[in-house]
Design a protein around this ligand. Structure first.
Ligand code: FMN
Length: 311
């Protein structure tokens, strides 16, 4: 699959978000217009050891394509082995996570820690490219901290190592998820490489995505937190202003969760999302509390239907 033409048709991409971008949410975002989705980050060790919980993260369906499967790890050999286990039936791309700021990940030399060891990062990318049946992309940050902004050279290294595309989350490790993403750096990365560049950071509306595309010249725009409770971010019309207009999509999300998630995970997972759908609505905090207090999916659906008829 050619990522450049895919993004040229529709540049809006759903970010990998651990704990959120499961099969159900990806399908929902696609229904609202997302062109490409990523799995959440998957441990290369978990894949190689065949851990059950890791395999669940690979769960997909025909309607969930094109799909990029994101791997993380710091050992080039294990990363290569994991990539070799992924087949064309699983997805269309493999993405390597070189931006995760979480201490547990960074302590093991993976995620954003690889931005401090560009040689190791290069070995990982080359090995994964060599063993992967699929095109390989890389997602990384601006650099470790504001004194070490290395995104353009990191992107060039990724291109030379065989990456088919790069995604820049334009924040440093030190920034984690705070402050602002530096969109100018996305433009610099775009100038530095000839492979497609996906820009990421602080897109909250469809219009923000268009602005990033025109200000930076990037090929695709990736939406992370802005898609939570707002899958409409992928459509021109945007999020409706009333609960009545939002409820059909919330119910569709619940339907997809019921269909595709493990029974013991469904209620917790959907509650995590549903509170976010109420953002900006009158009475949202009362309704959020009532939602958190529901004990079954049926009572949650009943509550939403009842609220819908009052608004
Ligand atoms: C809860 C959460 C989970 C995340 N999980 C991942 C992940 O698994 N892999 C990854 O590359 N980035 C992950 N990210 C980072 C996002 O993909 C994205 O780069 C970041 O949120 C910035 O984009 P935004 O400003 O649109 O949210 C995560 C972020 C959040 C908030």
């Amino acid at each position: 699959m050619d990522i450049a033409s895919l993004l040229a048709d529709n540049p809006y991409v759903l970010a990998p978000l651990a704990g959120y971008t499961d099969l159900a949410f990806r399908l929902l975002c696609r229904e609202q217009g997302a062109s490409l989705c990523f799995t959440e980050m998957i441990s290369c060790h978990g894949l190689v050891y065949g851990q059950k919980n890791t395999k669940i993260l690979l769960q997909s369906r025909a309607a969930d394509r094109p799909l990029s499967i994101q791997l993380f790890g710091s050992d080039p050999e294990v990363m290569a082995q994991a990539a070799g286990l992924i087949t064309r039936a699983d997805g269309d791309f493999i993405d390597i996570n070189m931006g995760c700021p979480v201490r547990k990940v960074v302590k093991k030399g993976a995620g954003a820690a690889l931005m401090k060891d560009i040689k190791l990062a290069e070995r990982i990318i080359s090995q994964v490219v060599r063993h992967s049946p699929l095109p390989v992309s890389v997602k990384f940050r601006s650099g470790w901290n504001s004194e070490k902004i290395i995104a353009p050279e990191f992107a060039r290294m990724a291109e030379d190592a065989g990456a088919c595309a790069v995604t820049l989350h334009a924040r440093t490790w030190t920034q984690a998820f705070g402050g602002h993403a530096d969109w100018e750096l996305i433009a610099r990365v775009k100038d530095a490489v000839s492979i497609p560049v996906i820009g990421n950071g602080d897109i909250l509306t469809y219009a923000d995505g268009r602005r990033m595309l025109s200000e930076t010249g990037c090929n695709g725009v990736m939406v992370g937190r802005g898609a939570l409770g707002n899958p409409w971010v992928f459509s021109k019309t945007g999020r409706p202003d009333t609960l009545t207009a939002r409820v059909p999509v919330i119910l569709r999300h619940i339907e997809l969760v019921t269909k595709y998630l493990q029974a013991d995970k469904m209620l917790f997972r959907i509650k995590n999302h549903v509170g976010r759908y109420l953002s900006g609505l009158p009475g949202a905090s009362r309704l959020r509390q009532e939602i958190m207090a529901t004990a079954t999916l049926d009572s949650l659906i009943e509550l939403l239907r009842c609220e819908e008829s009052f608004t």
